[in-house]
Each structure stands twice: as C-alpha cells, then as structure tokens.
Design a protein around this ligand. Structure first.
Ligand SMILES: Nc1nc2c(ncn2[C@@H]2O[C@H](COP(=O)(O)OP(=O)(O)OP(=O)(O)O)[C@@H](O)[C@H]2O)c(=O)[nH]1
Ligand SMILES: [Mg+2]
Length: 488
C-alpha cells in the first residue's frame, strides 16, 4: 500500500456538511485492486484488460512474462510480453501499458493488457488476473476511483459516460466541454462568490468587536442578483442540452393508410417499414434512429388508429397509445388527398388525451395528389398545433418538416451557443440553488437580520456542490456510477 494513494485531497471546503463527511469516509478507505475487460464484447483487432489499484503491478507480473520486469520500467511505458496460464503455457502475446500513480486515469497504478481481441482470450486473461489477486470491477468503478481520488469531479465523471453514449456530434461537443471542466468551472465560480459573501457576513456577525467592515444589505442583494443571473443563464440552455444528450422521441400516428410508414421511410431514406395500399398494414411499433438538424431523433412508426375487431390490430392500436404517451413530439399524420373524417378526429382526440405532455406537429401527407382536405376544418381541429404539408412519395416538404421539428423541440433554447447543462440532476441542483438565493434576497428586502440570509446561502452552496460532488450523498454517487459499463 502506497501511503495516502487511496485518500482524496480534493479541494477542502471551509464549511463541511454532514453529507460531505459521509463521502470523505468512503474516500479515505483502502482500495482493493480491481480488474475488468475494458473493450466491448465480440471480436476486434485488440481487446484490453484493465487493472487498477495498489497491487496492479504485482498482479500483472504474476501473469505476464516479459524481458523487462514491469515494476522496473518507467511510468507510461508499453512492454511486450506473454500472458501465461497456471502451467506457464502461453495464452496470448500482449502489450502491457504500465502507468504509475498518480498520473493515471484512476489516480492509482494502472495496467492495461492489450490482447488480441477475441472473447475467449480476454475472458481467460481476466480469469488469470483475478486469480493473481485482483477482484472484478463493478460498473464504472475505474471512473469512480478517478472521482474519489480527485482526478475529476462528479460533473466531469458524468461527462465521461455522456461522451461514450453521445448520440450526435453536438452532444459529443457538449460532453467534451463538460469533461474539460467547463461546467464545473462556471458552477465553482458562483459557489465561491456565495462562499465569499457568506464568510464576510459570518465574520461580521461572529466577531463584532473586530471592527470588520460591515456589509450593507444592498450590497449583498446586488451580489446575489449577479450570481442568480449567471445561474439563470446556465439554466436557459438546459432543455437544449438535454435534447442533444438524450434525443427526442417522436411517435408517427394517424388513421390507417395516411402514409405513416411511407413518411418514416422517406425520413430515413430507406425501405424500413412495409408500405401497402391496404389499411392496417403496420401492426407493431417500428423504431428507428435518425439525426435531424443535428438532433438525435428516435422515430416510432405506429399502427393506424381505428376501431377494429381484429385482435392483432387491436394490440397494435393499444401499443400506439403507449407510444403517444411516451413521446416528446408527435407527428400527427393526415392525408391531404381526402377530407378529414371521423377516424382522423378520433386520432386527434386520442393525441389530445394521451399525448398531452408532448408537442404536436400536424403532417398533411400526399401533397403531390390533388388536395381534398378542407384547410379551415383542419385548422379548427388542429387548434394551436402547427401544420406542414409534405409528400412522402416525392419528398416535398420534408426539409421543412425536419426544420419545424427541431424548432418545436429546441424552442428559444436553440439560440444558446454555449450549452453546458445537459442533465436533469444538474438542472435540479441549480434550480434549488436559485430558489435559496431568492429566499435570501427576500430576507434582505424585508429588512431582516443578515444571519438569516446566511442560512439560505448555506443551502445554495450545498445545492451547487451537488453538481460537482462537493456535497453529495454516497447514494447519489453510487447511482451515477452504476450507469457506466464494466471496465470504464
Ligand atoms: N401519392 C402518394 N401516396 C402516398 C404517399 N404516402 C403514402 N402513400 C401511399 O399510401 C398508401 C399507404 O401508405 P402507408 O405508408 O402504408 O400508410 P400507413 O399510414 O403506414 O398505413 P397503416 O400502416 O395501414 O396504418 C400506400 O399505397 C402508399 O404508397 C404520398 O405522399 N403520396
Ligand atoms: Mg404503416
């Protein structure tokens, strides 16, 4: 055990909360050496078995035969060797990356055995490493150690998973900024501003005899307003950030035969769903992903909604209802080549009921055919929902539909260029901080004593500390890292 390696020397906050104490107890415990396969299952050019912890080097030495002893080489060296089994028989030719603490991903001694990328090879090498004294890592445990060892804060650790899972180039860009620490920087700056204010107020209250420069309530109010403004600016981009990170679920719904499946195929530019002139062709949900205007969309083609006796179609219609409920955005498809009928109205009714939480775009399809739809009747039935005319056959109007869809989901937030907030967890923390600052301001306006303000400032500090992990419960930390894959 190398002294203090497992300890965390992260920025010490002057006021330590109870929740922080819980985290610190965990941080100060002795870490076991962990190992896992770090590459995805299946065949590949290479596959990596990763080992991290105080015993990483000696564990590796027990299973790798090489000319140069792993413990003799300088840090950040690649060593050629062979992994052997219990009987010294060769399992694989490997390159071993030796990285010594503290300049490693986890902050601990870290070994990466680069094997040939076959599932059986990797499994056998991992087994050997476990026999040699490491224990199997839990999901996200390497990154969790990076966090506990102060290599990154919680927001940065979350960015790691967002990078791996990025669904769009923009999503990746935002995650990379977060990993770099841009979000943490903004949050910390505001946190420090609150801390300065709090320290000043408390000093004035606690040591009145010291003759410290008193702080005017108006001055406190002005500084709080400034901090609140910064937090609000961050929150303004939160919805767009979430959309780029998580994507948007679109349900394509309508009565049978209006061209829902044709629309899905046209957007994907491939023959994904079966299209026929027979009403009731699509029976099950068909889900596909597409990047529209840089936003990751998950499009679900559904069974046409109508009253039916066919048991298969009935199940399909029921699934459609569920898809409506789960959607962020609904493409309500009608045919421009026929008048609106009671079936269309039933669909509109169902969307109003089941899809109340979603935004709706009315897609008038078959615009290549002579129009027979009563525009006024449609406008009345659609109410506030925007309408767009398209043809799934000629492709007419699809650009406009995609543009409108992005605009509909991004709204004003789309105008934000430097979006930093992507997670509901961060958004909730910032909102909590903002609410506490508002309370503080109200206290000042009411002319109440400044020590009451300090209670609210404490609450704001705590809330902001949740983003970067300065004040966060062990339970939240566990939940975050459980989302990772094993080996990350
Ligand atoms: N002219 C024209 N025909 C279209 C258009 N879109 C779809 N169609 C035709 O309309 C018929 C029904 O198309 P689908 O895409 O299967 O309709 P759907 O809404 O998925 O139907 P169900 O799955 O039965 O609910 C097919 O014959 C398509 O070729 C369009 O934009 N213009
Ligand atoms: Mg269909």
């Amino acid at each position: 055990m190398i002294g203090g390696r497992g300890m965390c020397h992260r920025r010490s906050a002057p006021m330590r909360s109870r929740r922080q104490e819980v985290t610190l107890v965990v941080q100060e415990m002795h870490f076991e050496t962990i190992a896992a396969i770090a590459t995805p299952p299946g065949e590949g050019a290479i596959g990596i078995v990763r080992i991290s912890g105080p015993e990483a080097l000696s564990v590796a030495e027990r299973v790798v035969r090489s000319k140069r002893r792993l413990s003799d080489v300088p840090s950040h060296t690649l060593v050629y060797g062979k992994v052997v089994d219990e009987h010294e028989r060769i399992l694989d030719d490997v390159l071993v990356g030796v990285m010594r603490a503290p300049r490693t991903y986890t902050g601990e001694d870290l070994i990466e055995i680069n094997c040939h990328g076959g599932p059986v090879i990797l499994q056998r090498v991992l087994e050997r490493v476990l026999q040699a004294g490491a224990r199997l890592a839990q999901p996200g445990e390497f990154t969790k150690r990076a966090f506990l060892n102060g290599k990154m804060d919680l927001a940065q650790a979350e960015a790691v998973i967002d990078m791996v899972r990025a669904k769009s180039p923009k999503g990746l860009e935002i995650a990379a900024l977060q990993l770099e620490g841009k979000l943490s920087e903004v949050v910390r700056t505001q946190r420090e501003a609150i801390l300065d204010l709090l320290t000043h107020i408390q000093a004035v209250i606690d040591y009145p005899e010291e003759g410290l420069v008193d702080i005017a309530p108006e001055e406190v109010g002005a500084r709080l307003a400034e901090i609140s403004k910064e937090l609000q600016r961050l929150l303004a981009g939160a919805d767009a950030g979430r959309i780029y990170r998580e994507g948007i679920r679109v349900a394509i719904v309508g009565k049978p035969n209006v061209g829902k499946s044709s629309l899905l195929n046209a957007i994907l530019q491939e023959d994904r769903a079966i299209v026929t002139p027979i009403a009731g062709t699509t029976r099950d949900l068909i889900e596909e992903r597409a990047l529209l205007g840089g936003i990751p969309f998950t499009l679900t083609d559904t069974a046409g909604i109508r009253v039916t006796d066919d048991p298969v179609e009935m199940i399909g219609v029921e699934r459609t209802r569920k898809a409506i409920e789960g959607a962020d955005l609904i493409f309500l498809v009608v045919s421009g080549a026929e008048p609106l009928d009671s079936d269309d109205e039933a669909v509109i009714q169902q969307v109003r009921e089941a899809g109340a939480a979603a935004r709706v775009l009315v897609v008038v399809n078959k615009a290549d055919l002579p129009p027979a739809l009563d525009r006024e009747g449609l406008a009345k039935a659609a109410g506030e929902w925007p309408c767009v005319w398209v043809s799934a056959v000629t492709g007419m109007g699809l650009d406009h539909l995609e543009e409108l869809a992005s605009k509909e989901v991004l709204g004003e937030a789309g105008a934000q260029d430097a979006i930093l907030l992507t997670r509901a967890r961060h958004k909730a923390a910032l909102e909590e901080a903002l609410a506490a600052l508002k309370e503080a301001q109200a206290t000042i306006t009411e002319g109440l004593p400044l020590d009451l303000v300090s209670v609210d400032l404490q609450a704001a500090l705590e809330a902001l500390g949740q983003v970067t992990g300065e004040s966060v419960s062990e339970e939240v930390v566990a939940r975050i890292f459980a989302q990772f894959c094993v080996g990350k």
